[in-house]
Design a protein around this ligand. Structure first.
Ligand code: NI
Length: 229
């Protein structure tokens, strides 16, 4: 399931994030990739260490808070755990990330493990300011090529081969992170998302009724059946 979440960041937050990232120090993105991914990764990442640590922390908090307050993010991801967001930059000679699959398990801190059920990319640069840089994700019947307005988030299944096309003008800035979901199976999560969205629409149109209350019960009972807390 691919879900676009428009305006995850407010216009003010987006401006702040862009300003901070323009002044930030960047390091080789290959440092945080493993195995096959490392060989095809040619971008830069925000340096989260030393004097740069407060900048990274402030930006992480901003993105996490924005995701947590957005009802569509909760409904689509059913997050159990969200890995602290990271930030990357594609420009100049470090401008692409070839085909790869993200690691299934990440280590938020020493001794902790989480499964990457969903990948998230928050686009932070105005698409008019750069050429290329599409996120291309394997799908049936063919790959999806995605480039969203600044401040918009894409949630996609963590198990797909994907790449970022070379940026040929300007700079592509983004935040990326992974979500371990309460509901591991993509099919079950999608059914819950569709049920939840349609229930919201029903309620908007007709208010509550015995039927919406009954279906809300079905939603929660399916979640009870499938969720691992
Ligand atoms: Ni990736």
């Amino acid at each position: 399931m691919f879900v676009q979440i428009p305006d995850l960041l407010s216009a003010d937050e987006l401006r702040q994030a862009q300003q901070r990232l323009e002044q930030a120090d960047w390091v080789d993105g290959g440092l945080t990739a493993g195995g096959q991914a490392q060989q095809v990764k040619n971008n830069q990442q925000l340096d989260g260490r030393g004097t740069q640590a407060p900048v990274g922390k402030a930006l992480q908090s901003m993105v996490l808070a924005a995701a947590q307050r957005h009802p569509l993010f909760f409904s689509a991801a059913l997050p159990k755990r969200v890995l602290p967001p990271m930030f990357n930059r594609y420009a100049g000679s470090t401008n692409a990330y070839g085909d790869h699959v993200d690691q299934a398990i990440r280590y938020p801190t020493d001794g902790e493990r989480m499964r990457t059920d969903l990948s998230a990319t928050l686009f932070l640069a105005d698409p008019a300011d750069y050429d290329g840089g599409e996120l291309v994700i394997e799908d049936s019947p063919g790959p999806r090529r995605i480039k969203l307005p600044a401040g918009h988030l894409l949630l996609y299944p963590g198990d797909r081969v994907h790449r970022v096309e070379p940026v040929t003008r300007g700079a592509r800035l983004a935040s990326f992170f992974w979500v371990e979901s309460l509901v591991r199976g993509h099919d079950q999560r999608r059914l819950l998302f569709e049920l939840d969205r349609n229930l919201m629409r029903l309620r908007e149109r007709h208010g509550d009724s015995p039927e919406t209350i009954g279906l809300t019960g079905t939603y929660h009972n399916l979640l009870r059946l499938w969720a691992e807390t």
